[in-house]
Ligand binder design. Structure first.
Ligand code: GLC
Ligand code: CA
Length: 538
C-alpha cells in the first residue's frame, strides 16, 4: 500500500462565480471564498479546487483564458488570491487551480500575434491549416460549435478549436509552446499553488495528419482523432519531469475517453505523468441513459477492481459540467435528503480521491430555468442559436437546449433563506434555485441529521478508516435493488449497503453498524435510498 496524502484527502470544488459574492455585484469572488473557508474546514475538506479565475473574456465561464498570470477583475485581485492561499494554508488546507492548456482564448496575446501573419513567431503556437476545395481542412465537429475550424480572413487559413471558435487549440507539437506553458506553470507553483486540475487534457495530442472522421455528413462528432494521440503520454511525462515533479503537489486530469488501462498509464507512479485522472464512465452513462442502477454498479465494480494496486482515480458524482446527481439519479423531492446521503456514502467508501462539488454537501438540486434568456452556458446557447437558424421550432429546440445546458448545476450556492439565498445582495449573474428557503447551509448546520452533518460524519469515518481508502473492493451478491460491497485490508473489513431503489428491501448482516442515513435503521428492511456502513469481524 503506497500511502499518499492526496489519496487520503477530500477535495471540494468551488465554482467561484456561484459561490459567494462579497462586494454585492452579483458575482462570486475570492473574498467570498475566504470568508467561507471555516465551513469547509468543519466539513473535513483538505483541498479546495477552484474553477478558472484567470483573466478571460468569459465566453465559457473562464475556460477561455486571455492571460494565465492575471486574475479576472470580477473575482477581484491577485492579492486576494494570495490571501486565499495564505488563509487556506493557515487552516491546513490546500488550493488547486484549473489549468486550461489545451486551448486559450482568442484574446490571448499569443493568439492575437499568431493570427497576424504566417511568419509571426507565434504562428505555430496554434494549429493553422489551408482549407480543402474552399471548405474546412477536415470534417471535425467541435464541442459547442458545428465545425472545429474557423476561417481567418487576415491570412486566409483556418485554425482548429476543439471547443468554441473563441477557444483556439494550442499546438503542442511546438516545443516553444510547451516551454512557454511550463514556465507559466512554474510561476504558479512558485507562488504556492498546491496543484492543478488539468482541463480537457486528453485533447493535447491529435491524430497526425488530422484525418477526416469516417461516416456520413459534413461535420462529424467523433472524438478519437481529436484526442489521445500518439504523443499524449510523452507530453504528460515531459510536463511532469520538467516542472510538476519538483513540487509537492496534487494533479488530476480531465482525461476524456479513459479506460482502466489508460487510467493506469496516467496514474501509475513509475510512469511519472499525473497523480490521477477523473472517472467519467459512470456519469457519462447516467447522463446519456438516465437512471441505470445495474450499469452504475457494474461500472464502479469494474474500475474499483481494475485499478486496485495499479493506479489511482479521482471520484465525483457532481461537477460544474454534470446535472446534480440527486436530481438525475436520486429523487430530488420526496427522497432528496436520503438520496443525497446515499451518494455521500458511495463516494466516501470507494477507492479513489473523493471530489465534492459545491452544494452537494447540503443536498442542492438542479435549478430549473424556463426560458433561453435565463441561460448562460454557451453549450446550450450555441446549440439553440444554431438550431433556430436552421429553422427549428423554438419550443422544441429550447427543450433540447435545456437538456444540454450546464446551468442547472451552476446556480448560486444557497447559504440561507435571505434574498438571493444569501449569495449576494445584488441580482445574481445566474438565477438561484427556488428551493433555497428549505435547502440552505444555515438549515443544514442547525439540524444534526442534515445532509451536511452526514457528509461531515462520513468524511471523518473515511479518514479514520484506512480500509475505506486503500482496501480492496469486493462486490457481494444482493437483491437487484441493492448495491452491496466490502472494502478489505490486512486488518479490517467493512460492508457498504446501498438501496438504489424506492422500495423497501429485505436485508440482513452480521456486521456492526457504523453509520446509516436513517435515524432508526430497521433490523430487517432497508428504506428507499437507505445507505449503511457496517464493520465486519474478521
Ligand atoms: C472542460 C470543462 C468545461 C469546459 C471545457 C472547455 O470540459 O470542465 O467546463 O467547457 O473543458 O475548456
Ligand atoms: Ca463579487
Amino acid at each position: 500500500m503506497n500511502r499518499k496524502l492526496w489519496k487520503e484527502s477530500v477535495v471540494y470544488q468551488v465554482y467561484p462565480k456561484s459561490f459567494s459574492d462579497s462586494n454585492g455585484d452579483g458575482i462570486g469572488d475570492l473574498q467570498g471564498i475566504i470568508a467561507r473557508l471555516d465551513d469547509l474546514k468543519t466539513l473535513g475538506v483538505d483541498i479546495v479546487w477552484l474553477n478558472p479565475i484567470y483573466a478571460s473574456p468569459d465566453v465559457d465561464n473562464g475556460y477561455a483564458i486571455s492571460d494565465y498570470q492575471a486574475v479576472h477583475p470580477q473575482f477581484e485581485t491577485m492579492a486576494d488570491l494570495e490571501s486565499l492561499l495564505d488563509e487556506a494554508h493557515r487552516g491546513g488546507m490546500k488550493v488547486i487551480m484549473d489549468l486550461v492548456i489545451n486551448h486559450t482564448s482568442d484574446q490571448h496575446a499569443w493568439f492575437i500575434e499568431s493570427r497576424k501573419s504566417k511568419e509571426n513567431p507565434y504562428r505555430d503556437f496554434y494549429i493553422w491549416r489551408d482549407g480543402k476545395s474552399g471548405r474546412e481542412p477536415n470534417n471535425w465537429r467541435a464541442h459547442f460549435h458545428k465545425s472545429a475550424w474557423t476561417f481567418d480572413v487576415a491570412t486566409g487559413q483556418y485554425y482548429l478549436h476543439t471547443f468554441s471558435p473563441q477557444q483556439p487549440d494550442l499546438n503542442w507539437e511546438n516545443p516553444k509552446l510547451r516551454a512557454a506553458l511550463q514556465q507559466m506553470i512554474r510561476w504558479w507553483l512558485e507562488k504556492g499553488i498546491d496543484g492543478f486540475r488539468l482541463d480537457a487534457i486528453s485533447f493535447i495530442s491529435k491524430t497526425p495528419g488530422l484525418p477526416d472522421h469516417v461516416g456520413e455528413g459534413r461535420y462529424i462528432f467523433s472524438l478519437p482523432n481529436m484526442m489521445n494521440g500518439p504523443q499524449y503520454h510523452a507530453y504528460l511525462r515531459e510536463l511532469n519531469r520538467s516542472v510538476l515533479c519538483n513540487y509537492d503537489i496534487v494533479t488530476v486530469g480531465e482525461c476524456i475517453g479513459l479506460t482502466v488501462e489508460s487510467a493506469i498509464e496516467v496514474s501509475a507512479p513509475e510512469r511519472e505523468e499525473l497523480n490521477m485522472p477523473f472517472l467519467f464512465e459512470h456519469s457519462d452513462y447516467y447522463v446519456n441513459f438516465g437512471k441505470t442502477p445495474e450499469k452504475l454498479k457494474d461500472i464502479i465494480t469494474h474500475w474499483q477492481v481494475g485499478l486496485h494496486d495499479k493506479g489511482w482515480i479521482g471520484l465525483a458524482f457532481n461537477s460544474h459540467d454534470l446535472p446534480r446527481v440527486v436530481s438525475l439519479f436520486g429523487n430530488d423531492t420526496q427522497y432528496r435528503e436520503a438520496s443525497a446521503k446515499l451518494f455521500a456514502t458511495l463516494l466516501l467508501t470507494l477507492e479513489g480521491t473523493p471530489f465534492l462539488y459545491q452544494g452537494e454537501e447540503i443536498g442542492m438540486t438542479n435549478a430549473c430555468y424556463n426560458s433561453i434568456e435565463e441561460f448562460n452556458d454557451l453549450s446550450a446557447l450555441n446549440y439553440y442559436r444554431e438550431k433556430i437558424a436552421e429553422g427549428g421550432d423554438p419550443q422544441v429546440v429550447f427543450e433540447q437546449a435545456r437538456r444540454i445546458s450546464r446551468d442547472p448545476c451552476r446556480s448560486p450556492y444557497q447559504w440561507n433563506s435571505a434574498e438571493n439565498a444569501g449569495f449576494s445582495t445584488a441580482k445574481p449573474w445566474l438565477g438561484v434555485n427556488q428551493n433555497y428557503g428549505e435547502v440552505n447551509l444555515e438549515n443544514n448546520l442547525k439540524d444534526p441529521n442534515s445532509v451536511f452533518h452526514y457528509y461531515r460524519r462520513m468524511i471523518a469515518i473515511r479518514k479514520q478508516t484506512p480500509a475505506l481508502i486503500y482496501g480492496s473492493f469486493e462486490r457481494q451478491e444482493a437483491p437487484a435493488e441493492l448495491f452491496v460491497y466490502r472494502r478489505i485490508d490486512e486488518n479490517e473489513s467493512y460492508q457498504v449497503v446501498l438501496n438504489l431503489s424506492e422500495q423497501e428491501v429485505r436485508f440482513s448482516t452480521h456486521g456492526r453498524l457504523m453509520i446509516a442515513n436513517t435515524e432508526k435503521p430497521d433490523a430487517e428492511f432497508l428504506q428507499p435510498y437507505e445507505a449503511r456502513v457496517y464493520r465486519l469481524t474478521r
